[in-house]
Design a protein around this ligand. Structure first.
Ligand code: BG6
Length: 437
């Protein structure tokens, strides 16, 4: 595309329904700051052109220091030539920093990820590389550290003695419309579970880091991930949406191969073999084309010991990541009145109500700022990625058909809660609905 087309596209996502002149001014100044250069990924001279363009921009600043942050959101096939060309043609040898942010997919299994990591490493050091997982920039994911380690009451109940099961859920109300071609190669496990939900799980379950320093945090994440054995087929439920409620099914998408068995929904249970978590099921669920948009962590505590109270609801701590960030705790309290009866209540911290003036930053906003500052805390380290792929590769090879026949996902209607097999699946791991007591 040409630069005009680029500017048109880039601002087309900015909403200004009432034509507010302040917003128009901000958009114009943003446009003036962003420029567009087209070129071939494999062509070194295109990167020389980019470099000359950057030098021209830099010449307008007085500071001798030049800082370059490259952001790669690319198909894996061109990743390596771009990493190489940037290093060879656009790298500043002194008086500045050079950093590269890399978007997923970081490979498609353990071997391909190792190959990719190895190749990028030839050009960019670990210190210069920022592997982005935007879930790590979400306010409520960052909040997990504070909730866990700044509250004695929660910290004390954070283990197998108090917790029965944990669910980490991702729901989207739209299908792969328009992105089917991309999606079909990866499937929901590579798109959501192996990265976003596993990152949430690692922060939820790691031991307390020695400090907030990036390496201390990432050391603890790697340690807990290494305690998770590869996922078992029996612990996995796969689904694919079919047409319903006037919406097309996955296979109706022209960009999706006919007869594709790619899962658009997956639920899978992970186990952590360490003294804190042994025996606690961590159920991850993610699906496209469901009934609502919701990402949450639901920690269900054990039944209260039988005695004076029978059949009362379990405590639950719910951390809603989106939409409408919230933390709420389901407890039991006395029904007001003359009799002593317990009833379920909620202690509710909904951010919109509690922090009326707060502006919650977008995940990417927070993470790009971290990369500019050189803070790796919320980026994925090479060994973290390696262990994440170890957990998921066997199940993915089974789904891909590399380990024999491909499993056929069960169907669920577009706009539903997911496959009907989901309720028995979570019950199998000890989850009890509140009404079951
Ligand atoms: C991306 C996935 O990483 O995350 C998409 O590739 C998904 O399929 C998106 O829609 C979800 O991000 P968010 O921030 O909207 O939850």
């Amino acid at each position: 595309m040409d630069p005009d087309e680029f500017h048109k596209r880039e601002v087309s996502y900015i909403k200004n329904p009432n034509d507010d002149p302040e917003i128009v001014k901000a958009i114009d100044s943003f446009k003036a700051m962003s420029t567009y250069i087209a070129g071939d990924y494999e062509d070194g001279s295109a990167f020389d052109k980019l470099n000359a363009h950057l030098e021209e921009i830099e010449s307008h600043y007085q500071s001798k220091e030049r800082n370059r942050l490259f952001y790669l959101a690319l198909p894996p096939s061109v990743f390596i030539p771009v990493a190489k060309n940037l290093k060879e043609h656009c790298y500043i040898p002194k008086n500045g920093i050079n950093r590269v942010i890399i978007e997923k997919p970081f490979g498609s299994d353990l071997d391909s990820a190792r190959e990719l990591l190895g190749s990028v490493k030839q050009y960019w050091t670990e210190d210069e590389t920022f592997r982005i997982d935007h879930y790590l920039g979400k306010e409520m994911v960052k909040n997990l550290l504070v909730l866990r380690f700044a509250n004695v009451a929660l910290g004390a109940a954070w283990d197998k003695n108090s917790i029965s099961n944990v669910q980490i859920t991702f729901k989207e109300p739209f299908g792969t419309e328009g992105r089917g071609g991309y999606f079909d190669e990866f499937g929901i496990i590579r798109d959501i579970l192996q990265n976003h939900l596993l990152q949430v799980l690692s922060i939820l379950t790691m031991e307390r880091p020695v400090s907030f320093a990036a390496e201390d945090i990432r050391d603890e994440k790697v340690k807990v991930l290494r305690c998770i054995p590869p996922i078992e087929r029996d612990d996995t439920l796969l689904g694919q949406y079919v047409a319903a409620n006037g919406k097309p099914g996955y296979l109706d998408d022209d960009t999706v191969p006919r007869n594709s068995v790619c899962p658009t929904f997956a639920a899978t249970t992970l186990w952590i073999n360490n003294p804190r978590w042994e025996g606690v099921p961590f159920i991850m669920k993610a699906g496209k084309a469901l009934n609502e948009a919701k990402v949450e962590v639901r920690i269900q505590f054990k039944d209260v010991t039988q005695g004076i109270f029978k059949d009362i609801a379990r405590n639950e701590l719910v951390i809603r990541i989106q939409p409408s960030e919230a933390v709420y705790m389901k407890l039991n309290a006395k029904t007001p009145g003359l009799y002593t009866r317990a009833m379920p209540i909620e202690m509710d911290l909904t951010y919109k109500r509690r922090f009326t003036d707060a502006k919650i930053p977008e995940a990417y906003e927070a993470l790009i700022l971290d990369a500019l500052k050189g803070d790796h805390s919320n980026f994925v380290r090479h060994d973290e990625l390696d262990v994440a792929w170890k957990i998921f590769t066997p199940i993915l090879h089974w789904i891909d058909g590399k380990a024999g026949a491909r499993p056929r996902p069960v169907s669920y209607p577009y706009g539903s809660r997911g496959p009907k097999e989901l309720d028995p699946f979570v019950t199998k791991y000890g989850f009890k609905r509140a009404s079951e007591g």
